[in-house]
Design a protein around this ligand. Structure first.
Ligand code: IMP
Ligand code: MG
Length: 192
């Protein structure tokens, strides 16, 4: 898989050092409060697991699963949200997590066009939380289709397609322990 990358942007120690900083910031901002963390799956899986273990506060965790890419490298703007709570009958539910009066922290892997996080935030606002903040591991420096205010950002990156540490291209590369730029020809081949 390493051969499919043009270059590595952030290796494991660099990611973990940055997580130490963000976790310390969040822990200090929310001390004496109880967080409700909303994780946007699947891309944020590694980030959420590693970040939350660094936050020694009482918190609840809810997972949303979101689809907007439909296997492509560009967001469609057509965002579908699902609660990831499994049920025996299968499938998630399209209801809003219980956030009334709670301090909500949304965790996502990457802010790109803004469609996903804008939709997640809007949906959660209908549940009347006390506050909402957004934390992303990566934020692309670009003009967004929808503006999203972020409160905690791991790293700002150029507008390139990255994989690893939870981020996929067509469901691959999520298990790489580092983050790198996917070789352009692999993206282009996929567009045909
Ligand atoms: P947005 O709706 O365009 O902001 O895209 C957000 C979602 O698209 C993220 O949560 C990722 O799952 C995916 N995404 C955006 N950019 C990348 C990338 O460079 N690599 C892998 N996935 C990405
Ligand atoms: Mg994806």
């Amino acid at each position: 898989m390493r051969g499919d990358l043009e270059r590595v942007l952030f290796d494991e120690p660099a990611i973990h050092r940055r997580l130490d900083d963000i976790a310390a910031q969040i822990s200090s901002d929310y001390r004496e409060r109880e967080l409700t963390v909303i994780a946007v799956l699947h891309g944020s899986l590694m980030f959420v697991a590693d970040l939350l273990r660094r936050i020694p506060l009482p918190l609840k965790l809810e997972c949303l699963s979101v689809a907007s890419y439909h296997g492509e490298a560009q967001s469609s703007g057509d965002v579908v949200l699902k609660l990831a709570t499994a049920s025996l009958s299968g499938g998630g539910q399209t209801t809003v997590p219980h956030v009334a009066g709670r301090d909500v922290l949304i965790l996502d892997d990457i802010l790109d066009s803004g469609h996903t996080l804008a939709a997640v935030r809007e949906t959660l606002e209908t549940g009347k939380p006390n506050s909402i903040r957004v934390c992303v591991l990566l934020s692309k420096k670009k003009q967004r289709a929808r503006e999203v205010v972020t409160d905690y950002v791991g790293f700002e990156i150029e507008d390139e397609f990255v994989v690893g540490y939870g981020l996929d291209f067509r469901e691959r590369y999520r298990n790489l322990p580092y983050i790198g730029v996917l070789r352009r020809e692999l993206l282009e081949q996929a567009d045909i």
